[in-house]
Design a protein around this ligand. Structure first.
Ligand code: IPM
Ligand code: MG
Length: 357
């Protein structure tokens, strides 16, 4: 089992370091992962002039799974578009065919006060957003900035093929089947033809999944419903751009973006696993970042790529355990709790893993 480790930029190396230690701690349980580290994002631009260099491409393609920290930072914001760290991220998603992005938004009861919403609105929250990740306006052609009629125009193309919609619909119906069997598909069919097709294909695919209850919602309403009454949702499926926006919104319902992992899967179970949060350059190198989202990403890796459900559940259990013990990094700290740094948090998770053995 080969894992390509991409620490990335900012706090990436610190949080990935803890996640790697957690994976190593599972060795005793017979989970032997071969890990190789490579560069992605700003660090790759610095070293190789390319946010997704050839060597990284080779290792990522050869691996069964990829573990990513985070990419980007203010230093790179002024670079030409093709050298920006984001390009590395979009490049690896497309290159590896990682079309299915699973973004759970789960509220840990210990952290209910971290949400900006009233506790009764969010306690027990457990949503899964399934975002299509390799199509839509992110990759559609034509695109660019050109001159028309003596002035500049900016152009992007929202486009989905039936097969792209059908495969992400299938992933989300399957995901719903393993949960509360409710799927809400989000589109903008009242205005955009592309998403009329989306609705038609998802509706048609529902025939193959009669045990899942399908509903549809327009994206503006979905954004509103997510803050009004988020617990009405179980699984939501949507396109790349709406999913980008709604998944940030959903993650903030929990108040602790430092806690949320994600998985981006191809058609065969290969996956890229990363925390939802960014590279947090303001706290990089200080040893204070929260490693739990990255550690939870390794649990998703064990579950989705390696089929190691028991090990995945143990990692998740260990994270819950350290929260119950009152350990908090600065981002989720509350009075009365014990404030710890990145390394101590990693140590505590590993200790909880061992104790559970
Ligand atoms: C995300 C990010 C990326 C995206 C950026 C960094 C390209 O916002 O993973 O949600 O828009 O997909
Ligand atoms: Mg985003």
């Amino acid at each position: 089992m080969k894992v390509c480790v991409l620490p990335g930029d900012g706090i990436g190396p610190e949080i990935v370091g803890e996640a790697v230690r957690v994976l190593e701690a599972l060795r005793g349980d017979g989970i032997r992962l071969e890990m190789e580290t490579a560069l992605l994002g700003g660090c790759a631009v610095d070293a190789a002039g390319d946010p997704y260099p050839e060597e990284t491409r080779r290792l990522a393609r050869a691996a069964d799974a990829v573990l990513l920290g985070a990419v980007g930072g203010p230093r790179y914001d002024t670079l030409p578009r093709e050298q920006r760290p984001e390009r590395g991220l979009l490049g690896i998603r497309k290159d590896l065919g990682l079309f299915a992005n699973l973004r759970p938004a789960v509220l840990y009861p210990e952290l209910a006060n971290a949400s900006s919403l009233k506790p009764e609105v969010v306690v027990g929250l457990d949503i899964l957003i399934v975002r299509e990740l390799t199509g839509d306006i992110y990759f559609g052609e034509p695109r660019g900035i050109e001159t028309r009629g003596g002035e500049r125009v900016g152009i992007n193309t929202m486009i989905y093929s039936e097969s792209e919609i059908r495969r992400i619909a299938r992933v989300s119906f399957e995901a719903a089947r393993k949960r509360s069997r409710r799927l809400c598909s989000v589109d903008k069919m009242n205005v955009l033809e592309c998403t009329q097709l989306w609705r038609d294909v998802v509706t048609d695919e529902a025939k193959n999944h009669p045990d899942v209850e399908l509903s549809h919602m327009l994206v503006d309403n979905a954004a509103m419903q997510l803050v009004r009454n988020p617990k009405q949702f179980d699984v939501m499926v949507t396109g790349n751009m709406f999913g980008d926006i709604l998944s940030d919104e959903a993650s903030m319902l929990t108040g602790s973006i430092g806690m949320l992992p994600s998985a981006s899967l191809d058609e065969k179970g290969k996956g890229l696993y990363e925390p939802i949060h960014g590279s947090a350059p303001d706290i990089a190198g200080q040893g204070v970042a929260n490693p739990l989202a990255t550690i939870l990403s390794t649990a998703m890796m064990l579950r989705y790529t390696f089929g190691q459900e028991a090990a995945a559940a143990r990692v998740e259990g260990a994270v819950k355990q350290v929260l119950r013990q009152g350990l908090r990094t600065a981002d989720i700290f509350e009075a009365g709790m014990k404030k710890v740094g990145t390394r101590e948090m990693g140590d505590a998770v590993i200790a909880a893993l061992r104790a559970a053995n």
